[in-house]
Structures are given as structure tokens and as C-alpha cells.
Design a protein around this ligand. Sequence first.
Ligand code: MG
Length: 259
Amino acid sequence: MITIKTPAEFEKMKRAGRCVAAVHREIREAVRPGVSLLELDELAAKVIAAHDCLPSFLGYHGFPATICTSPNDVVVHGIPSEYRIREGDVLSIDAGAIYDGYHADAAFTMAVGEVEPDAHRLIEATRRAMWAGICTVGEGVRLGDVGAAIEQVAKEAGLGVVREYVGHGIGRQMHEEPQVPNYGQPGKGLKLRTGMAICIEPMFNLGSEETKVDPDGWTVRTADGSLSAHWEHTVALTPEGVVVTTLEEPGVVSEMGLC
Ligand code: MG
């Protein structure tokens, strides 16, 4: 079901979103060779608590940590471990927070020091695809339009679009209807309306789109071992316009020069 969000509800979603943006900033600043994924998880927990929020992921279907840490061939849902970050790693971080019952969810991928040129291409194309999707969102736009815009960027860059994991509605739950695929046909699918909020989150692979899950039941890897990237923002259709909530200064994208 789609949740209709009142102005007060959108404000709470923005509070949660600011918290997630702060988690991203603090983690970006902390990432360097030698830092463990568990240390990043502890940092995220502190930032979330300091913002009077709760972590969305901890305990979700039994997920054991505050954030997802997904290095290199891990697509999504990596569990923070003792693994220490190395020069040349490509690291995806996904974080979710709840403020007074309302959720925000966002992810980014970063290069650690010098990485192979293809890694930069992958990270940048995935980020660009997320913004292509966000900038397609609007009243009356269909999810197929959003998916097609994202998929087009992958095609032009020659990257694999992960199909088994998709974006989603968000609000009182982290994962609400509808599903928001990173592929689609223009003019098809659900029509977006004011009052909806969705997470747009392309996952692209340098190689094939196929994925596999580790025996831990969480860690999703590329089937061919190729690098993967993941970018995500929470996007709300408010009466004022399309707002990305997961920025430190959330605002209407068209007024912020983001689209
Ligand atoms: Mg998400």
C-alpha cells in the first residue's frame, strides 16, 4: 500500500534523511586503509543515536548490524566484519535511519585510494543513473519511465543492471510498496503521485548482472566476481515538489540545481 504523507510526516522523513546524510559524511571521512568494516558500523551507530534516530537495518529480518558494508564484488547487504579496508577497494555503504517512526534509506559507493580506471567508470555511471532516475520522478510519471532512465545509463556505459534487487516505497516502513526496478519500459507501471516516497537505488556491475548470495544468507555478490556499485537516495513527492530527503539540507531538487 502507498502511504500518503502529511507535511508533518514529510518533516519527520527529512529528519531521518538528514541523519542518514550525516552517517554518509562521517563514514566517507573515516574510510582509509586499515579501518575495519566493524569500526565503520560502530561509527554509524553513534551518529544515528546523536541524531535522536534509530537504525532501520539493525534487526531487520535478523540483520545483525547498523549499516551494510559491501566491498568490491559485494553488490548489497554486506555484513560489517573484521575485514580491514585496503587501498584499491571499491566500498559501498548503505544506511537507514528512523525518526519518530519515519524512515530514510540511502547508499553510496567510494573508491579507496588508487583504483582501476574501470572502477571509477562504474561508480560514476551508477551515481549518474541514480540522478537520472531521481530527475525523472514527478507527478504522473510512471515507474517504467524511472526504470528506463536508469537502465539507459547502464546501457551506454556497458554495465550490468542487477535485476534481483530493486528500489522500493518508504515511509512508516523501510520497505513499502511499490517495487522500483532499475529497468523498465517508458509509459508502463504505476503512476507516481504526490504523497508517495520511494527509494531509487541502482546497483550496477562491471560484468554480468547475475548475483549469488553467500552462506550467511545476506551478502549478495556478483556471480562472476566483477566489481559492483550501489547508489541510493530517498525521494518524496511533496506538494512543494520532488524532495530528496537524504541530504544534509533536503530540498526540492529542481530548486537546488540537482536536476
Ligand atoms: Mg533501499
